[in-house]
Design a protein around this ligand. Structure first.
Ligand code: ADP
Ligand code: MG
Length: 391
């Protein structure tokens, strides 16, 4: 995509408002996982290096437009300071006189963090007056938050309507680069490994990518709606009956592009690992549900990653949170990492699984946005990216 980035603008001496994704988990008033903070450092360092006066904003959690002290971004300022090796100032608001004074006080290379944008109802409502309040702080707008890019909020959309230039930071630019490649010119063969809980959340991706993807390997809970649509007994497996017709249509259109599990690990319930056993056919007996792909399917799916040019992975192959049902996800995760293909993973539990099985570092790109990455692959424009300047 031809979106302008921080490499295309002159920021020296300018007040640059960065919409970062600092939506980190907090525990006892401290940052419990620094991943998102670390992910935005390249953008912040580049701006500091170029002599910008850097103002960072983000949301954290779901305070629903109210000030909730336990969702303050203050603890994030401390971690940012430590990582950047310089003081990061913090203001307890994100618009108004106090924020403007703090922004105007910044010297070149200084960094200021604003309070949680979602303490204001205007944020998620994309209220123009709140957006103008943010815009008053900045000469340049930089969006580096992919996780919210599919949402039209004041801090990623409204503000970009007012502040120009409005460009992408390095993190957002990297997301755009990888997803654009998957959509438009993927190294082939292009393989999509899909799983997770529900077909309904991923059906639009399958439909949109049907013509582009060479091979779908479908496991996890969503596979059972397909298997039921094919006429197999699936016992008490996760099935979305409202989507059986869609599943049938996909299978009819996709022909042999779609591979489904041919055997399973089954159990009476996800929390009853003692009841687990293997079945070496697609059908599942009454009273049991499919909780992981079986060993033949593991072999077929891992073989399906060999020689791939690019692989997109979204969704675990089974209930990987339970050790007894994690083998399929682990084996497929390792195969993806070892494939030598351009590998992109997205989705909350998918990223969690990639970390758990120690393959995260070996993937080309781990998306920071689950919902946003799916929306991208549905072929839908992401509002906050659309509003940015073009080259
Ligand atoms: P992601 O967050 O990566 O997009 P999802 O939210 O779609 O993934 O699904 C993740 C969840 O799917 C996991 O918590 C996992 O336990 C569950 N899951 C995977 N396979 C099955 C299955 N066969 N039956 C029930 N749940 C499953
Ligand atoms: Mg999830």
């Amino acid at each position: 995509m031809d979106v302008k980035t921080i490499d295309d603008v002159d920021v020296a001496g300018k007040r640059v408002l960065v919409r970062a994704d600092l939506n980190v988990p907090l525990k006892d008033g401290r940052v419990a996982d620094e991943t998102r903070i670390v992910a935005t450092l390249p953008t912040v360092r580049k701006l500091i290096g170029d002599g910008a006066r850097v103002i960072i904003c983000s949301h954290l959690g779901r305070p629903k437009g109210e000030v909730r002290p336990e969702l303050s971004l203050r603890p994030v300022a401390a971690v940012l300071s430590e990582k950047l090796g310089r003081d990061v100032a913090f203001v307890e608001t994100c618009v108004g006189a106090e924020a403007e004074e703090a922004a105007n006080r910044l010297a070149r290379g200084d960094v200021l963090l604003l309070e949680n944008t979602r303490f204001r109802p205007g944020e998620t409502e994309n209220d123009p007056s709140f957006a103008k309040g943010l815009a008053a702080l900045a000469d340049v707008f930089v969006d580096d938050a992919f996780g919210t890019a599919h949402r039209k909020h004041a801090s990623n959309y409204g503000v970009a309507e007012v502040v120009k230039p409005a460009v992408a930071g390095y993190l957002l630019a990297k997301e755009i680069q990888y997803f654009d490649q998957l959509l438009k010119n993927p190294p082939r063969p292009l393989v999509f490994v899909l799983g997770g809980a529900k077909l309904s959340t991923k059906l639009a991706v399958v439909t949109n990518m049907l013509a582009t993807v060479d091979h779908f390997l479908i496991g996890g809970g969503m596979a059972y709606t397909f298997l039921k649509a094919q006429g197999y007994n699936v016992g008490s497996s996760l099935v979305e009956d409202d989507f059986l017709a869609d599943a049938k249509n996909v299978l009819a259109e996709a022909g042999d592009k779609v591979e489904l599990p041919g055997d399973h690990v089954i159990a009476k319930a996800p929390d009853e690992p003692a009841s687990a056993r293997a079945v070496d056919c697609p059908s599942i007996p009454e009273g049991y549900m499919g909780v992981d792909i079986g060993s033949e399917t593991v072999q077929r799916f891992t073989a399906g990653t060999v020689g791939a040019g690019a692989i997109f992975w979204n969704g675990p192959m089974g209930v990987f949170e339970v050790a007894a049902f994690a083998d399929g996800t682990e084996a497929v995760a390792r195969a993806i990492a070892e494939s030598g293909a351009v590998t992109v993973a997205g989705g909350g539990e998918t990223v969690q699984a990639a970390r758990q099985f120690g393959v995260a570092e070996r993937l080309s790109h781990i998306s920071t946005g689950g919902g946003a990455s799916l929306k991208y692959l549905e072929g839908k424009p992401l509002a906050a990216i659309e509003i940015l300047d073009r080259k």
